[in-house]
Write a protein that binds this ligand. Structure first.
Ligand SMILES: C[S@@+](CC[C@H](N)C(=O)[O-])C[C@H]1O[C@@H](n2cnc3c(N)ncnc32)[C@H](O)[C@@H]1O
Length: 285
């Protein structure tokens, strides 16, 4: 098995995600998901659009009755819970590098739901999965400054493992930010590495190229406007809960999240970042 160790460390993940769940609950909305919603109608609320995203991934990964599903980068466990409660999955297992997220999921005591404080790099399932979903974690799998060939090897190794972990008819639904319509100078000046330390974005072409030997691309959509709206809604939620947010995380961290949301929203609207959803299935079925 190829060794991979080029992604964000646990410390880097903790820097961004290890704030109390109560803080994130103030502004992420009912879904408690920290990734782009899917605004398929102009009049949708954030909560409706988040539910649309959840259903999109459950459908894309064909999560069904009695199925085993894996969520790589499971956040606070919403897709795990939804797989079991909305689709009757027999088991839903999540991986996260955030100790607070893992503790939060365990504290919910949800039947058939489990979460491990473990990188996908060290995951070894005892049985294959029918469905694999990963939303907003791929951005952390490669550090900045890694040469293209090495990035591709790391991404490709992830896809190889997913193919190996899946049943014959298994599906993998992947949502990730990618670099968008942006030149090298603007890219070099971008502050994304300060917001997400030790993390770099893929190019759309890299995702497709890395997956190609292992997984067949079933569909793909690129909807940067989804993140533009989501981030604007989060900024609104943060401002509306300013006092309580500052009580929990302090003034500096409050500003950090607010500025990230405001700045990010603009960059998505300008298509400097893309927001992609890829659906894959196993090759050679
Ligand atoms: C932006 S959050 C997304 C959480 C969730 N999927 C959602 O939609 O709200 C990124 C998640 O990826 C996880 N993560 C980052 N690197 C990882 C790795 N190497 N293995 C497993 N999880 C990882 C983080 O711990 C975090 O839970």
């Amino acid at each position: 098995m190829t060794e991979i160790n080029t992604g964000a460390s646990r410390e880097a993940i903790e820097f961004h995600y290890d704030m109390p769940a109560e803080f994130f609950a103030l502004w992420l909305g009912k879904s408690m998901t920290y990734t782009a919603a899917r605004f398929t109608r102009p009049d949708m609320t954030l909560d409706e659009a988040q539910l649309d995203k959840i259903n999109y991934h459950l459908n894309a990964a064909q999560v069904g009755q009695g199925h085993r599903m894996l969520d790589i980068g499971c956040g606070w466990g919403t897709l795990l819970k939804s797989s079991v409660e909305l689709r009757g999955a027999g088991s839903a297992h999540g991986l996260t590098l955030s100790p607070l997220q893992q503790k939060y999921i365990s504290s919910l005591g949800l039947p058939n739901v489990s979460a491990a404080l473990q990188s996908y790099e060290h995951h070894q399932p005892d049985k294959p999965y029918d469905s694999i979903i990963s939303v907003g974690a791929f951005e952390h799998f490669v550090k900045p400054g890694i040469p293209r060939e090495e990035r591709l090897e790391t991404y490709s190794e992830l896809f190889r493992r997913c193919a190996e972990w899946m049943t014959r008819d298994g599906r993998f639904s992947l949502q990730t930010m990618t670099w968008g319509d942006v030149g090298q100078t603007e890219r070099d000046m971008n502050r994304i590495h300060e917001i997400f330390p030790e993390s770099d974005l893929p190019e759309i072409a890299e995702v497709i190229e890395a997956a190609h030997p292992h997984l067949e691309l079933v569909s793909m959509e690129n909807r940067p406007e989804d993140y533009g709206r989501t981030l604007a809604e989060w900024a609104k939620g943060l401002r509306a809960n300013r006092e309580r947010a500052i009580e929990i995380v302090g003034d500096e961290r409050y500003k950090f999240y607010l500025d990230s949301c405001k700045g990010g929203s603009l960059l998505y609207r300008r298509r400097r970042f893309y927001l992609c959803r890829f659906v894959f299935r196993r090759r050679g079925r």
